[in-house]
Ligand binder design. Structure first.
Ligand code: SF4
Length: 81
C-alpha cells in the first residue's frame, strides 16, 4: 500500500476533512475528536488541554475539535476500557 508523504499511514490533511473547533456541541453525545473512534489520546492525559493524535488525520488533534470523518467509538457503551 502506498504511504502518504509523512510516512506514518495518516492519509488526510486537516484542511481536506474540514477539521474545526466544535466547542459549541460539547456534551455527552458530542461528535468531537475526544469521542471519535480514530482519536488517540496523549499518554499524559488530556488535561490541561493536551492534544492527541488521529489515526487518519495528520498533525496534533484537539479533543474538542471535529472533522468530516468522525465516527462513534465502538467501546462507548462498555463498562471497561
Ligand atoms: S477522524 Fe476527525 S473527528 Fe475523528 S479523531 Fe480524527 S480528526 Fe477528530
Amino acid at each position: 500500500m502506498a504511504k502518504n508523504s509523512d510516512g506514518n499511514g495518516k492519509i488526510y490533511k486537516k484542511r481536506n476533512v474540514d477539521y474545526r473547533s466544535d466547542l459549541g456541541s460539547l456534551g455527552k453525545d458530542a461528535q468531537v475528536c475526544g469521542f471519535c473512534k480514530f482519536f488517540v489520546p496523549p499518554s499524559t492525559g488530556l488535561m490541561p488541554r493536551k492534544k492527541g493524535d488521529c489515526e487518519l488525520v495528520q498533525g496534533k488533534i484537539d479533543a474538542t475539535y471535529t472533522c468530516n470523518l468522525w465516527a462513534p467509538r465502538e467501546d462507548m457503551d462498555e463498562e471497561e476500557y
